[in-house]
Design a protein around this ligand. Structure first.
Ligand SMILES: Cc1ncc(COP(=O)(O)O)c(C=O)c1O
Length: 334
């Protein structure tokens, strides 16, 4: 398959930043004509991005992370997530294909059918699961977890929730460059805003940096769905800045993106009682997406993001449009 756009744009990265293609690019864009909103709404659909057509946004991150794990000679990935972690499952399954083992510390979240099904998949994935239950207990368990997963071959490669490191963030720098190509070719108009869920920040941060590098004026609107991490504009911009520094350190030559917290909009009003708690707005958005746009969302991330998009558009806060909804959910059906 073809080289990633980041490598095409900055050729020295080709040797310095290994990449493993796991999905089919570009992901499709389409107008959601059934969604009656005050501005036109488009969708970039990441749901089919990954081997076998499942995966969503984490696969973009793993395309950069997994080769980095190999480059550092690690054999095990140690990460963390909620009981229904899409991230932990993707890391376990895609890592396994690269001969890596995965350990996941699991933090409690409200139990529903979706979470229960994810837990079954996690158990089947072969990952070592440690039910640490709370953020505090997870942090306290880190020395033990490190020791437990250190072998003669070395320390585990530690990844934060959602894989939102500088390396993982490159996945959405790449996706933003891809979007710019779709705008340039006339596949869709340049959006005034792109709306995405913010669970650990890598998706929003990568988009922010990538859109700036691509020269688009599209503003990133991040809808916070996780109350267990600090996820405000300075944090997102700092992560984008670390990704920018990484690109430059590995040989990319470009003027400073000069990102500042004012360059991104972060909203928290659609979180509800907390991470994984469904809200009436998100339930409405979930069924609206299914009935009017044939979009399968889930209640933890994407339905909250779409609920925010609809409300913000109705308030005139996404004018002039069009608005792009990033569908980051890639359901695994078995
Ligand atoms: C379906 C889905 N959408 C959005 C996100 C949030 O992305 P990020 O963690 O990069 O903020 C996640 C994170 O796991 C996710 O699983």
């Amino acid at each position: 398959m073809n080289r990633p756009l980041l490598h095409q744009r900055f050729p020295p990265l080709g040797d310095a930043l290994p990449h493993l293609r796991l999905g089919q690019a570009p992901t499709p864009v389409r107008e959601l004509t059934g969604l009656t909103c005050s501005v036109p709404v488009w969708c970039k659909d990441e749901s089919g991005y990954g081997a076998g057509g499942w995966g969503g946004n984490k696969i973009r991150k793993l395309e950069w992370i997994l080769p980095d794990v190999r480059r550092r000679g690690a054999r095990t990935v140690l990460t963390v997530g909620g009981l229904g972690t899409n991230w932990g499952l993707a890391a376990a399954l895609y890592g396994r294909e690269q001969g890596l083992s995965t350990a996941v510390a699991l933090i409690d979240q409200p139990m529903d059918e979706h979470v229960r099904a994810q837990l079954v998949r996690l158990r089947r994935s072969g990952a070592a699961l440690h039910r640490t239950r709370t953020k505090r207990r997870t942090i306290a368990a880190v020395p033990w977890l490190l020791l437990r997963h250190t072998t003669v071959r070395g320390l585990p490669y530690v990844l934060p929730a959602g894989g939102s490191t500088a390396v993982g963030t490159l996945g959405y720098v790449e996706a933003a460059l891809e979007l710019a190509g779709q705008v340039e070719s006339g596949e869709m108009p340049e959006p005034s805003h792109v709306v995405t869920a913010v669970g650990s920040g890598g998706t929003a941060a990568g988009l922010l940096l990538g859109l700036r590098l691509a020269g688009l004026r599209t503003r990133v609107v991040g809808v916070v769905v996780n109350d267990t991490l600090r996820l405000d504009a300075p944090v997102i911009v700092a992560l984008a800045g670390r990704a920018e520094k990484l690109l430059r350190k590995r040989g990319a030559d470009f003027p400073s993106a000069g990102l500042a917290p004012e360059d991104v909009t972060i909203v928290r009003d659609w979180l509800g009682p907390g991470y994984g708690h469904a809200t009436a707005e998100c339930e409405r958005a979930l069924s609206l997406a299914a009935t009017t746009a044939s979009l399968q969302l889930e209640p933890v991330y994407t339905a909250k993001a779409l609920a925010a998009l609809i409300a913000l558009a109705d308030d005139g806060r996404l004018a002039p449009g069009p608005v792009l909804f990033l569908n980051t959910y890639g359901p695994r059906r078995s």
